[in-house]
Design a protein around this ligand. Sequence first.
Ligand code: FAD
Length: 307
Amino acid sequence: MLGPVILAASRSDKMRRFVSAAPGTKQVVARFIAGESVNDVVPIVQDLAARGLEVTLDVVGEDITTVEQSYAARDAYLELIGRLKELGLGTRAEMSVKLSMFGQSLDNGHELALANVRPVVAAAAEIGTTVTLDAEDHTTLDSMFAIHEELRKDFPQTGCVIQAYLFRTEDDARRLAAAGSRVRIVKGAYKEPAEVAIQDKAEIDKAYVRIMKILMDGEGYPMIGSHDPRLISIAQELARRAGRKLDEYEFQMLYGIRSEEQNRLAAEGHRMRVYTAYGTDWYGYFMRRLAEKPANLLFFVRSMLTK
Ligand code: FAD
C-alpha cells in the first residue's frame, strides 16, 4: 500500500525539500548512494572490482528543467569516463544513464537527449566500455528505444532496459533479443496506471519469467536486474536450458542491496554487476528504493526520530 504513496511523493518538490532537510536523511541515503562525487565513487569501484564484481555507474539525476542542466549531465559522465580511463578501470565499469537527465522532456527533447548522450557513448567506447539506457516511466520509452536504435548504428554494444510490469514489454523483448544486443530486464520501479502496466506483484513475476525466457532463448546478451532469489534461480535454469555459458548473460543488483548474494553469485563464477549510483541529485532514486521495501521507510523514519 505504501509503495504507490512514496512513488507519488518522489515527484513532489515539496516532499523533496522536506526529505532533503530532514535529520537522519544523510545516513539512510548513504546506504544506497555511493557518494557525491567521482572522487567518492572511485574507491568503491576499486573495492567492488577487487571482490570480482563488475560495476555500472549512474550519476543520479532525472527530469531536469533547463538545457544547461542537460549539458551538465553530459559533462558529469564525460568527467567520470575520463577518471575511469586514467585509473584503467574502463573494462570493469560501464555507465547507466537516464535520458530525462539529458533533456528528453524539454522542447525538442528527443534530439537534445540524443545529441547529449552520443558523446558519452562514444567516450565510453573509446575506453573499451559501454552505456545502458535506463527505462523511466512509460511515456518516455518510445523515445528511449528510438535513441537506443540510433546509437546502436555506430555503437552496437549500447544497452537498454525493459520493465516486466508493462504490457508492451514481451513485444519489446522479442524485437530486442537479436544478435549483439544487450538488454537488462527489471520488474519496473515507477508508478504506472492499469492501462499500461500489470498491478499484481505475482503477475509481474510471471511476466518477468516469460520475458527472461525470450531473452535467454534469443541471440542477445541478457542482463538480469533483480534481487529476487526465486527469479535468480529461474534465470540460472533458463540459461542452462538455453545452453548459455556463464559469460553469455549476467546478473545485476543495486549497490547497498543484498551484497552477500552479490558476492555469492560472483564466487560461483557468474558475472555480477553492481549498479552504483552517486551524485547530489539523489532524491528520485532514493525514494524509489524506499518504495520497493517498506522496511526501508521504517528505518528512515526511525533515523529521523532518533536524531
Ligand atoms: P523485489 O520483489 O522488489 O525484491 C526482492 C527482494 O530483494 C526483497 O524481498 C528484498 O529482500 C530485496 N530488495 C529489493 N529492493 C530492495 C530495496 N530497495 N531495499 C532493500 N531490499 C530490497 N527500474 C526501472 O524502472 N528502470 C530501470 O532502468 C531500472 N534499473 C535497474 C537496474 C538494476 C541493476 C536493478 C537491480 C534494478 C533496476 N530497477 C530499474 C529497479 C527494478 O525495477 C525494481 O524496482 C527493483 O529491482 C526491485 O525489484 P526486485 O526484482 O529486486 O524484486
